[in-house]
Design a protein around this ligand. Structure first.
Ligand code: TMP
Length: 216
């Protein structure tokens, strides 16, 4: 069976990163080879771009510059990691991909969709994930979790996106839901407003629909 490119999307604080790791363990336990990665980043150059992208010192990054940075990281990521892994038959689980750019830079920042689609075509040659899990929850709940002191301590302080207001995150949530509505064959919506275990139960069902693992 061909390797799958599966992306995990949602607001900061939606739980997608925690569940990505668990989904990878679940796949490995089922005998599949998996590579976990993330955007922006996933390569040494991409992680350097990520540092710039999130650095709160750059308060007024022009929205197109923001998009160009994240797509530069994405191109390198596809070239260096994602495409070679898929070619080698390794499944790739990726924390965020182009849907994040359409939601954050498009709906959140107000960049025109055709401009972003053109940039996407140039940077990714139209590469789409095979399936996307969207971790959905109210922006208020995500904000509370995403900025919890414990999480921030672990991750080294507030980043540029943490400073944005609730209205921005509400737009981004709606943007993600619109993307999912437009492409129901690719998206699986996970209600992540509950606790970790109730979210995982949905993720496990979703993963079972996407990949075939060896019965344990
Ligand atoms: P992360 O904390 O989930 O790794 O994401 C870092 C931030 O980068 C998050 O606030 C969302 C933002 N982001 C974009 O704005 N556009 C993108 O295309 C990506 C991949 C991330």
């Amino acid at each position: 069976m061909a390797a799958s490119f599966i992306t995990f999307e949602g607001l900061d604080g939606s739980g997608k990163s925690t569940h990505l790791k668990r989904a990878a363990e679940w796949m490995r336990a089922g005998g599949l080879e998996v590579r976990c990665t993330h955007e922006p980043g996933g390569t040494p150059l991409g992680d350097a771009i990520r540092g710039l992208f999130l650095d709160p010192r750059w308060e007024s990054v022009e929205p197109r510059v923001e998009a160009l940075l994240v797509f530069a990281s994405r191109r390198q990521h596809l070239h260096e990691l994602v495409e070679p892994a898929l070619r080698a038959g390794v499944n790739v689980l990726c924390d965020r991909f182009t849907d994040s750019s359409l939601a954050y830079q498009g709906i959140g920042r107000g960049l025109a969709r055709p401009w972003l689609e053109e940039l996407d075509r140039l940077a990714t040659d139209g590469r789409r994930p095979d399936r996307t899990l969207l971790f959905d929850l109210p922006a208020e709940t995500a904000r509370g979790r995403g900025q919890s002191p414990k999480r921030r301590q672990r991750e080294g302080g507030l980043d540029r996106f943490d400073a944005l207001d609730l209205a921005f995150y509400r737009r981004v949530r709606d943007g993600f839901l619109d993307l999912a509505r437009d492409d129901p064959e690719r998206f699986l919506i996970i209600d992540s407003s509950g606790d970790v275990e109730s979210t995982w139960a949905q993720v496990e069902v979703a993963m079972g629909q996407i990949v075939k693992v060896r019965a344990s």
